[in-house]
Design a protein around this ligand. Structure first.
Ligand code: SAM
Ligand code: SF4
Length: 349
């Protein structure tokens, strides 16, 4: 599964990049997808994400819906066409469906999706759909309710999340499931989760454990790689690899059997896709983050709040994105130790 590094040659001057209207980094990668963390708060405390004592952002530091929409409009003018809302838990943000509606109306935005822990879907799926949300990716890391309690540090929410998944499908939201696989923890459930994908005809994406856990428990020895995941599933359910979409984080496989379900592996650690990465992130407090594995963050909130023009904001975003680091693929190749940059709940994955 290992791929060769395909990152372009570094250029020093943003003006030398060919496509000046787009958001381009110094390696020539062009941004098309924006991930927005709408809150860092969460009602779960997943053991691979949250620290024991998370410190939430004060409310006045969190971007308003109007600020997020204004920035999204600026991003869209520079070629962003897809938005994913995440968090923390995005459904914890009051009236998040209103934000969905506002973002769906931004010229150039083709789809708004959400990554969620699924807790609120029973109540919110319909209103999210009505307001234009295209789909949800629900995080579900186990099919055992006692293990679910242990992972999320909550009690008796497993059935509620399953009901939420059902409801979201019923109202017509596109559905994917995310499962973080951790060796010695939930690896024993890969086949059961694949069976769910097969039987329910949904896409189940297995994510390699990344070094962004609040409790800093991550280590290479806990990562179960995508190759092993695919090998394990293939023993029970033969798979055929589909061609990968440009910029996709996942390698997708179809079942060779009758099911329309799919298996995805997000191999951020064993075989990352940095060469055609087309993502840029916006944190809840207004920090622009060009690379998940890079420590660079660029605070656009002061510019927003002192009334800078759209032109100035656009220039700021361009300069920030231009500094996107080459990514984890280069770090692994150069044997740079992977560092814990920020816990996942502060950025949204
Ligand atoms: N609360 C929502 C959820 O759980 O889906 C959205 C935010 S969560 C931070 C975004 C995604 O990151 C989820 O699919 C979650 O499972 C994943 N995630 C969290 N910590 C991770 C880690 N250390 N390694 C890999 N993925 C992680
Ligand atoms: Fe919350 Fe999602 Fe992190 Fe779990 S993974 S603690 S649900 S933000």
């Amino acid at each position: 599964m290992r791929r060769s590094l395909s990152i372009g040659r570094k250029v020093k001057d943003p003006n030398l990049m060919s496509d000046k209207g787009s958001l381009v980094d110094s390696f020539g990668r062009v941004a098309a997808k924006l991930r927005i963390s709408v809150t860092d708060r969460c009602n779960f405390q997943c053991n691979f994400c949250m620290p024991v004592h998370p410190v939430w952002l004060p409310h006045d530091e969190i971007l308003s819906f109007e600020e997020i929409t204004r920035l999204s409009t600026i991003f869209a003018k520079m070629g962003i066409n897809k938005i994913r809302l995440s968090g923390g838990e995005p459904t914890m943000r009051k009236d998040v469906e209103k934000l969905v509606r506002m973002l769906v109306g931004v010229p150039g935005i083709e789809s708004v999706n959400m990554t969620t822990n699924g807790f609120q879907l029973v109540d919110k799926a319909a209103v999210l759909k009505e307001n234009g949300l295209r789909g949800v990716t629900v995080s579900l890391h186990t099919l055992k309710s006692d293990r679910f309690d242990e992972i999320t540090a909550t009690r008796n929410n497993f059935d509620r999340v399953l009901d939420g998944i059902k409801k979201a499908k019923e109202v017509g939201l596109k559905m994917k499931i995310n499962c973080v696989v951790i060796k010695g923890y939930n690896k024993d459930e890969i086949i059961d989760l694949a069976r769910l994908a097969y039987e329910e005809e949904i896409t189940m994406r297995f994510i390699e454990f990344m070094p962004f856990d609040g409790k800093r428990l991550w280590g290479f020895e806990r990562v179960f790689g995508g190759e092993g995941i695919v090998r394990e599933i293939s023993r029970e359910y033969p798979l055929s690899k589909l061609s990968r979409e440009h910029g996709s984080t996942a390698e997708i496989y179809a079942f060779t059997g009758e099911s329309k379900g799919k298996i995805g592996v997000i191999t951020s650690i064993t075989a990352p896709f940095c060469g055609d990465c087309d993502r840029v992130r916006l944190k809840a407090d207004g920090k622009v983050v060009p690379c998940l594995f890079g420590s660079e963050e660029f605070d656009i909130r002061p510019l927003l709040r002192r009334g800078d023009s759209d032109k100035k904001l656009e220039e700021f975003v361009k300069k920030s994105f231009f500094q996107k680091s080459s990514g984890v693929e280069t770090m692994l190749k150069e044997q740079v130790p992977l560092m814990h940059i920020r816990p996942m709940y502060t950025i949204g994955g």
